[in-house]
Design a protein around this ligand. Sequence first.
Ligand code: PAF
Length: 289
Amino acid sequence: MKTVYSLEDLRTQIQCWRRESARIALVPTMGNLHAGHISLLERARALADRSVVSIFVNPIQFGKGEDYAKYPSTLDADMEKLGAAGLDLLFAPNLAELYPGGIEEDTRVTVPGLSAILCGQFRPGHFSGVATVVTKLFNNVQPDVALFGEKDYQQLLVIKRMAHDLLLPIEILGMPIVRESDGLAMSSRNAYLSPLERGRAPRIYAALQEAATKLSKGAQSIIAIETAAMADLAAAGFRPEYFSVRRPTDLSSPQLGDTSVQILVAAWLGSARLIDNLHVALDQPLAIL
Ligand code: PAF
């Protein structure tokens, strides 16, 4: 595995691979890698001749008072995992490399609509920060395919829309959520949980599964299911931000006759903001809303 820190070295390597007509896959990350990230890399390696992982904790996608300053940095351990998983190139730039003019006046890429709902409502500017840094990475790595985890389902849709609207010739692939044995979705932020909170955390996935069962039975309205899940999570010690049943394609509200939905949740547990989601293929088309 080769590691580069500068755009210049990254571009030199990419040009060399392009001359060889190599197909390139990119997995953008913020480091602190877990099995979910490694599953993205494994798929990337299967899909392309050359794999690139980026590690960069992107300040502009964090709001004021969020965890940018304490976001776990584990570069040495990450490098070991990536090397063992057969990565070709790690790009680990510093702040000045990606934001040479600073972060305040920097140009932003914004995907309207989709960025303002759900997580976007609670984290204003977050998806614009994501879309901006991913654009910078896409422009320099010039991947044929880029892979993102479905745990950040809304992020995945934002990036797909951005690539579509900006006419980027890059295939955007979502990969299934990797879960701990008790159902908790793997996330770097799980490290913020105390042992007691870690014991409770799988409740968030259980809430999604319960809502999926209720939806499949078709006996309750969506609003009743969402309200009950919010109350259950609050009773279990979470501070839920939203629990919402949406259309999988664009996160709009489901309509009568829909045959699948995406249930999405964001909830605080102690100092950890957890998100999760579940795709539900319904046995019967939606008959009540
Ligand atoms: O999902 C993440 O880790 C980040 O949002 C991403 C896509 C690497 C952009 O900083």
